[in-house]
Design a protein around this ligand. Structure first.
Ligand code: ZN
Length: 142
């Protein structure tokens, strides 16, 4: 199986059966993010325990890439501190732009599948949207 086929498989699985999908009860912070070019629009809701993301859910609609990215992001972000999330976001931004060295991809697990979007600039926006939305949810203070 080609690596690109494996990546496609991971994306489709997450897009079809997204993890942590739905509304979050008693969310501390939330944000809405949209990518008008593609039609992706998601709400991300989080609960914070100090500076740790103790729970996270997302809902909305979008293409396979954005939905899979959101699903994988929620898996990775849950339990992380804000600082750890920011470090991860930095890696993901490099990954989707094709700037992350291959030896640093291993620690990303399924997220490494997003590397496939690097050759498609419009898809980079889809992949990064959920991450930027979570970032603004963290920064929001309602
Ligand atoms: Zn999209």
């Amino acid at each position: 199986m080609e690596l690109s086929d494996l990546y496609r498989e991971v994306i489709l699985t997450h897009a079809t059966h997204p993890h942590n999908y739905g509304a979050l009860d008693h969310a501390d912070r939330k944000s809405h993010g949209a990518n008008p070019i593609c039609g992706d629009a998601f709400d991300i809701e989080i609960r914070l325990d100090g500076d740790r993301i103790s729970d996270i859910r997302f809902h909305g609609m979008g293409c396979s890439i954005s939905k899979a990215s959101a699903s994988m992001m929620t898996e990775m972000a849950k339990g992380k501190t804000v600082k750890e999330f920011e470090e991860l976001l930095d890696k993901i931004e490099k990954l989707v732009r094709g700037e992350l060295p291959p030896n640093e991809r291993a620690s990303l697990g399924d997220l490494a599948a997003l590397a496939g979007v690097a050759s498609f600039p419009t898809r980079v926006k889809c992949a990064i949207l959920p991450w930027k939305t979570l970032e603004s949810a963290i920064e929001s203070d309602e």
